[in-house]
Write a protein that binds this ligand. Structure first.
Ligand code: ADP
Ligand code: MG
Length: 250
């Protein structure tokens, strides 16, 4: 899980999933089951999808990603049949099954009257999850915890809430990402101020932008001011898109 930068609390939660999985036989002897149906919730770019691949890597299991959008058709019966096929595979072939942004189902045709249909698909999906008693790890991801109610949370063995990075995480993330391009004197604190309110993914991108700039101008390290500039660019891009989504949702 080297590249994943998380708060201590979150790291502990992820470790617990791994520890329970590794030692599930021990738990079974006492009539207990390991957590294996996990919901990851939080804003985009905070490491949810990355976490699923960390699970697969650490457990030595193949990672399968299910594209929920491709499964949902106009016909509920057909959709359920496809879900059944997937959960048959979950049972037969041990792995990490990532249902990424599972609640974005049918997002493109989400006219008002399709909301009811989306609910039905969601419920069907949750029933499959509830019934599943395989050896696989099921990871469901959502960017939109608002639509998640308590009934939904209860179907999962654990719910992990992701957040935008705090200062210490920002520093760690920047250090990791810049690698050998890191300036000798780490003057990243003012960068950390700028980076607040950016996601892990956006900060990582700003670091990559700074590295590219350094490479193109034949330098072996980046300057703190270059990093600041790239962070500011990400920030204004983010501000623009945030405003945009405000107008579209109004
Ligand atoms: N917590 C994190 N630690 C390190 N890198 C991260 C983290 N979150 C996101 N990233 C970077 O951003 C990319 C996209 O993140 P991703 O896991 O897809 O976010 P999400 O699924 O939450 O939208 C990752 O591949 C990684 O490079
Ligand atoms: Mg994702």
């Amino acid at each position: 899980m080297g590249s994943l930068v998380l708060s201590k609390g979150m790291r502990g939660r992820i470790d617990r999933v791994l520890r329970e999985y590794h030692q599930k036989a021990k738990l079974e002897k006492h009539g207990l089951s390991h957590r294996r149906k996990i919901l990851l919730a939080g804003p985009p770019g905070t490491g949810k999808t990355l976490t699923a691949s960390v699970f697969a890597g650490e457990l030595g299991l193949p990672l399968f990603t299910i594209l929920m959008d491709k499964i949902v058709t106009k016909f509920m019966g057909e959709t359920s049949a496809k879900l059944r096929q997937i959960f048959d595979v979950v049972q037969e072939r041990r792995g990490v099954y990532l249902f990424d942004e599972f609640d974005a189902i049918g997002g493109e045709r989400s006219r008002e009257n399709d909301v009811g249909e989306m609910r039905r698909v969601l419920n069907s999906f949750l029933q499959f999850i509830e019934r599943d008693d395989s050896d696989s790890l099921i990871v469901a991801v959502t960017n939109n915890p608002r639509i998640l109610d308590q009934a939904l949370f209860r179907r999962f063995d654990d719910v992990l809430h992701y957040h935008l990075p705090e200062k210490s995480e920002i520093r760690k993330l920047v250090e990791n990402r810049l690698g050998t391009f890191r300036p000798k004197k780490v003057e990243l604190d003012s960068g950390a101020d700028i980076a607040e309110s950016l996601s892990h993914a956006e900060i990582a991108q700003a670091c990559d932008d700074a590295i590219k700039e350094a490479i193109l101008s034949d330098r072996t390290t980046i300057t703190p001011s270059l990093l600041k500039q790239m962070l500011n660019e990400r920030k204004s891009a983010y501000g623009a898109s945030a405003n945009q989504s405000k107008t579209t949702s109004a």
